[in-house]
Write a new protein. Structure first.
Length: 85
């Protein structure tokens, strides 16, 4: 019961943080982030360790804000910003 209450508090804190920052509610798991960024598990771990990609951990699960993942992807774009196709 104590574990359930602690888990509920953590989840509640995450949602309050998101509400305060007015971010999207599109949460994705590690497997989805790896697919989006086309990276390995080790690379994703390095991104977390080096504080390049923000994440939220609830128990053993790690979640990422899809908006932040997309921002990282666009920040890493190489080439002119307004390239004519």
């Amino acid at each position: 019961m104590e574990f359930k209450l602690e888990l509920f508090k953590e989840i509640h804190q995450i949602f309050e943080t998101v509400k305060t920052k007015k971010r999207s509610n599109n949460w994705v798991k590690s497997s989805q982030v790896k697919r989006i960024l086309r990276i390995s598990h080790g690379t994703l771990q390095n991104l977390r360790n080096n504080k390049i990609i923000p994440y939220y951990q609830v128990g053993g699960l790690i979640f990422y804000d899809l908006e932040e993942v997309n921002k990282i992807l666009s920040d890493c774009r190489i080439g002119p910003e307004n390239e004519d196709l």
